[in-house]
Design a protein around this ligand. Structure first.
Ligand code: MLT
Length: 404
């Protein structure tokens, strides 16, 4: 008789955004006349930039011609994309990363979930609280998190680093020493960030205690302030302790196209073994590469005209962030984020729990957001709104909230 992976049974509830999706559908079924505005999941609304569309068209035509047709992609990614990434994201920022340290994939969500496979089950992870649920859930599936306490909503073998108003939503170095540290800046869900000297402290700490940092930089395109690092490799010593996850979803609108990459410097070693060699083995065995046409679309992100168009797209969303941030402030809410990130983090009013506020906003304003507690216990009493809606919907949502 087959046996299942019992770790899956330990997972409480369903995936956060699936739970929210079900709630919205139930509400809409009962209120068909209501126009719901969705500022919950961080999904983009603007169409792909013209430079990307042109590149896609060209690549599709190549696939229809025997002379230029492509079969399996190289499992680690086409050189044209890996070189564009290295030049566009790293060398241009003075970061020492080479093309063969880039692993192209179909998105950062998969990579952030899969990367834990190359580590022993005995490693102890440290996460920010609140946190993107994928980091914790995938470690639960792997059997790395111990037992769940439904009262505190925490796992016995996970180190939580609270990110709350008192510390400006920035984690402090943990008292207990972790083996793997998940960091995400600009942060999902709080929209906060840290400056380079703060990130340098993390890199120094990881090198000192022999930990690996898994650094999720999916939102780096939204950084507007000078001193905020776009990559962990801006810090000295990061090549020996940090893996970086990057996405094309938020900077280029690829949520439905799917493309991302992971950077693993060859200098991160456990004894004589490099993490680079393990991920190469994993990628080669389990992955056949992101599609050629999608990688060509990704290449266009780094073209001169693509960069100009995407800068305008990011500015469009950041204008929404401003509308939300300022509108909520006027309405008397306590708000943060939204300056270097497309997420606005607000304190729920009148001591409401995060889910109470979710229901209240859905019923009274027909606006969807994400309950802070869905990201971890320290998110209780908070709520996240995304700037990825259309401008018109964003303005209308804030007007509705102001009238409550
Ligand atoms: C979010 O809303 O937190 C993100 O869209 C989720 C994701 O990028 O997978």
């Amino acid at each position: 008789m087959f046996k299942i992976n019992n770790n899956y049974l330990k997972l409480p509830g369903s995936y956060l955004f699936s739970t929210i999706g079900k709630k919205i559908n139930a509400f809409q079924a009962e209120n068909q006349d209501k126009k719901i505005i969705r500022l919950g999941i961080g999904d983009v609304t603007q169409p792909l930039a013209p430079a990307i569309i042109e590149s896609l068209h060209r690549a599709v035509d190549e696939m229809g011609d025997a002379a230029t047709f492509k079969g399996y992609a190289p499992d680690l990614g086409y050189d044209f994309l890996r070189n564009a990434i290295v030049n566009g994201d790293y060398r241009s920022r003075g970061c020492d990363i080479s093309a063969d340290e880039i692993f192209v994939s179909d998105g950062a969500k998969c990579d952030s979930g899969n990367i834990q496979e190359i580590f022993s089950v005995n490693n102890k992870i440290a996460v920010c609280d609140p946190v993107y649920p994928v980091y914790v859930d995938t470690n639960v599936m792997a059997g790395r998190t111990g037992t769940y306490d439904s009262i505190t909503e925490t796992w016995s073998d996970v180190i939580y680093m609270p990110c709350v108003a008192e510390n400006n939503f920035a984690p402090e170095l943990p008292k207990e020493t972790p083996d793997i540290i998940y960091l995400c800046f600009p942060n999902n869900p709080t929209g906060s960030t840290i400056i380079k000297s703060q990130l340098q402290e993390w890199v120094d700490y990881a090198n000192k205690v022999g930990a690996v940092i898994i650094y999720d930089a999916a939102y780096e395109a939204y950084i507007s302030e000078e001193d905020v690092p776009h990559s962990i490799y801006a810090c000295e010593g990061a090549r020996t302790c940090a893996i970086e996850l990057r996405s094309f979803s938020k900077n280029a609108g690829f949520t439905g196209v799917r493309l991302g990459f992971t950077v693993i410097p060859k200098d991160i070693k456990c004894g004589d073994t490099t993490l680079h060699s393990l991920w190469t083995r994993r990628h080669g065995t389990k992955y056949n590469g992101a599609p050629y046409i999608i990688q060509r679309a990704g290449e266009a992100v780094y073209s001169e005209v693509g960069k100009v168009q995407l800068k305008a797209q990011v500015a469009y969303y950041m204008n929404n962030a401003k509308v939300i941030y300022e509108g909520l402030k006027v309405a008397g809410y306590t708000v943060s984020g939204g300056v270097n990130a497309p997420y606005i983090w607000l304190k729920t009013p009148k001591q409401m729990t995060s889910w109470e506020f979710f229901d209240y906003l859905l019923e009274k304003a027909n606006v969807v957001g994400t309950p802070g507690s869905g990201f971890g216990p320290s998110g209780e009493g908070y709520f996240r709104l995304t700037a990825f809606g259309t401008y018109e919907n964003t303005v209308e949502a804030i007007e509705r909230i102001k009238k409550l």
